[in-house]
Ligand binder design. Sequence first.
Ligand code: SAH
Length: 344
Amino acid sequence: MQNLIELTKNDLEAFVAEDLKEHRFRAEQIWQWLWQKRVRDIDAMTNLSKPLREKLAAMATIAWPAIARVAESRDGTIKLLLRMGDGALIETVLIPMQDRYSQCLSTQVGCAMACTFCNTGKLGFERNLTYGEIMGQILVGRQYLEDRGMNPLKNLVFMGMGEPLLNLDNLIKVLTDLPCERGLSLSWRRSMVSTVGFPDKLNILGDLEIALPAISLHAPTQELRAKIMPKAAKVHLDDLMAALAAYPMRPRERITFEYLLLKDVNDSMEHADQLARLIDRKKGKINLIAYNATEGMPYEAPERGKVEAFEKRLWDHGLTAFIRRSMGADIKAACGQLKADEVK
Ligand code: SAH
């Protein structure tokens, strides 16, 4: 049985022509039912004839990721623990903005990067998510919001579990199909792909012009980065910065650098000065995130005053830096926390 949400737009066209032996405009209709109207039953595709629906139902199903658990935060953040067809668990988070929601998507089950501060890193790597499992998170997220009459989903961040650039083929397929007007109709320019950074893979995304990267930097020097992100730092910081300098961007676009502040590790004024020397103020902006603490991890968040002083120091150097709200702390919204709980 073919799960229809596993087919890219191109795959669906081939499936309709070769397996169903139908005219290609049928692919357009089915696509719209799947991604815009979000039906979960082939029989609901009412502009297909009854015999065609029966033929399709004999060959295919529509299977979304299942919601295993929901945690809603006082600040409006909603975290969904999702179960895949094979039982694998992943997380997706709906984050309230002014008049809309942004969704944080996972790209892998677990993660191979083993960053020392990260819960998902601790779980280790299980497997890549498929195209349909990544896209399926958006179906589930949108439906969840719509069922409750909440604000619409308009932005995506690839910042959930896993390292998106290590699942590059599926990431590219997803980014390619997102904007489709009879489909999800989500612009990649309103999306952000968060990565520890791999120059060769960043070059590919840059050439395709389908993604804006956010780089999980977290340290201003190669030495410190190697300590807190040992696997990511196998790519030398100089090589990463060179790849980013070459990343194609529109005049007012910026590369986002994420900087997780860890008490007494990377939060001193000297670190801020080093960071300012590293980042080209014309091309980069910095998001400061206070560490979202978890039990059993050897780190703490700095005091608020320290975070603000760090931000001010960057502005004094002429850089654009913002402290990002750490949302959903009461529901364990930090990467991997909810799954870690469930697995326990
Ligand atoms: N692997 C990708 C995307 C997933 S992680 C990446 O590294 O960018 C998304 C972001 O959450 C990364 O910046 C990561 O470093 C950060 N993160 C991980 N654990 C965290 C924690 N406990 N508190 C705050 N941010 C965390």
